[in-house]
Design a protein around this ligand. Structure first.
Ligand code: ATP
Ligand code: F6P
Length: 455
């Protein structure tokens, strides 16, 4: 069994020396081998899986064979992909070998999940990758994406393929036509995994028409099953996620952390304004589902939202538990727990308050939230500073060392819209003044103006 869990706190509140503990996961090495015709969302799945794993602190890296191929054949036409084109075959084989060689080096330097992003559309190619991985002690999980919906394939081509570096400076219509011919070349040799009944020993996940149907074969361990479960929950229907902190609270005014206080008068104004801000941002009357924490300040902030918005309270969205420091100001923490104060600033992501939590702990308890978010459509989350930083870091691929220092102002609605390659962000300010709860390294100020790189 592999697991990602946080170790118990030590007397100083630090997570025990770097064992917080993905140690079992680190013993595992998995190569996720993407399979499928072009424009079936393989690169999309690869990059989103990488983002999820990295967010969970699992070293993950994608190796895109197309990027290797481009160094020798930057703007190939469909003929290049004809399997009778010996020169094209050689170049593509060399690109796959270079990607796999880099991936093996990366595994030797501590990589845990390598994602080989290519069509891997023939049985020979899959056998070759499987043998190399096996010889190097790496488990193989094939992930095949099948899609026979013409409209989805065409939308994918127009969405990402005509703007691919392969078609730089080319007419989009010509690019789309050439790409369709490229797909036809692959169709001539493509074999779905175990389509002939002789790949049944492989571990694989087949995703048909974006999760309408999935087939899972011989999943071997916990990390593999987590990856599979995550991928099964993905969809590509257009949707957004709205994030807001609660309105300014009485503790925010005092510069105290944690607690379960009510909103300040300005926080109440934000709560009243939130429905208008949401309406402006959604742009139509469609209802959102609202998730809050179980604390009074997020529930109060959401209470003026339209009654037909379904509201759910999640314990997992409660603020980072500051343990023995709950209810204190940063100055009081420095006075009473000087070592902790320094230790937290040294490594804010991993530092765990005595009898409380670290940012790393919060990420782990947020995993079910992320899973549910991936399955869902439009969701508004009203939560707290640290929790919002962690959710934001997932969507925006923020570095763990930086995300706990991010400025997330009060009285601001953030709209995140996942796109094929990245997440778009729009912020809506309520223009209702509030204190700053951001704090720079070393500072004990109650309300400090954010400085430097706080995003
Ligand atoms: P290529 O082999 O040319 O690299 P690809 O299979 O990697 O193609 P992507 O570049 O990932 O294709 O295609 C991206 C598009 O696929 C996006 O528009 C995305 O919304 C869509 N997409 C994501 N997941 C799926 C899926 N499971 N099935 C079909 N399309 C998907
Ligand atoms: O100050 C508001 C607050 O939500 C506290 O309840 C919480 O402890 C803190 O922010 C988290 O921010 P930081 O990790 O920067 O201390």
């Amino acid at each position: 069994m592999s697991g990602v869990s946080a170790g118990p706190p030590t007397p100083t509140g630090r997570a025990r020396a770097n064992t917080y503990s993905i140690s079992k996961v680190e013993d595992t090495k998995i190569c996720v081998v993407m399979v499928g015709l072009p424009a079936r969302g393989k690169s999309y799945i690869a990059q989103i899986a990488q983002r999820y794993l990295q967010w969970l602190s699992i070293p993950a890296q994608t190796f895109n064979v197309g990027n290797y191929r481009r160094s020798d054949a930057p703007h190939p036409t469909a003929d290049f992909f004809d399997f009778n084109n010996a020169e094209g075959e050689r170049t593509r084989r060399a690109a796959a070998e270079a990607a796999v060689a880099d991936m093996l080096r990366w595994f030797r330097s501590g990589g845990v999940v390598g994602i080989l992003d290519a069509t891997n559309s023939t049985k020979d190619r899959r056998k070759w990758v499987h043998e190399i991985c096996e010889a190097n002690g790496i488990e193989v999980l094939f992930v095949e994406s099948l899609c026979d919906k013409e409209e989805v394939i065409m939308a994918n081509i127009l969405d990402v393929k005509t703007s691919s570096p392969d078609y730089k400076d080319q007419d989009p219509e010509e690019a789309a036509n050439d790409f369709r011919r490229r797909i036809s070349q692959y169709e001539k040799v493509y074999k779905t995994i175990d389509g002939d009944g002789d790949e049944g020993d492989y571990t694989y996940l087949k995703i048909m028409n974006i999760g309408k149907q999935v087939i899972i074969n011989r999943i071997q361990d916990y990390l593999q099953s987590r990856i599979v479960y995550y991928l099964m929950n993905l969809h590509i229907r257009p949707r957004s996620v709205w994030l807001s902190r609660h309105g300014e609270s009485l503790y925010n005014l005092d510069g105290r952390i944690g607690g379960d206080t009510m909103l300040s008068p300005r926080g109440e104004l934000y709560a009243k304004k939130l429905p208008e801000l949401v309406r402006e941002s959604v742009g139509d009357d469609r209802p959102l589902t609202v998730w809050t924490s179980t604390l009074k300040r997020t529930i109060s902030t959401s209470r003026w939202l339209p009654p037909h918005y379904n509201q759910l309270q999640w314990k997992a969205l409660d603020e980072l538990d500051s343990g023995v420091c709950d209810g204190l100001t940063y100055q009081e923490i420095k006075d009473s727990y000087p070592e902790d104060f320094v230790a937290r600033d040294d490594d804010k992501y991993n530092y765990r308050y005595p009898a409380g939590e670290s940012y790393r702990d919060v990420v782990i308890r947020l995993e079910p939230i992320i899973m549910e978010l991936e399955r869902s459509e439009d969701i508004l989350i009203v939560t707290h500073q640290a929790v919002l930083r962690c959710i934001y870091a997932y969507f925006m691929k923020k570095d763990q060392a930086k995300s706990p220092w991010m400025n997330v102002p009060l009285h601001t609605l953030i709209k995140l819209t996942p796109r094929a390659y990245g997440t778009e962000e729009i912020r809506y300010e309520a223009n209702i003044p509030a204190v700053s709860t951001w704090r720079g390294k070393g500072s004990t100020a109650k309300h400090e103006a954010p400085t430097g790189d706080t995003m």
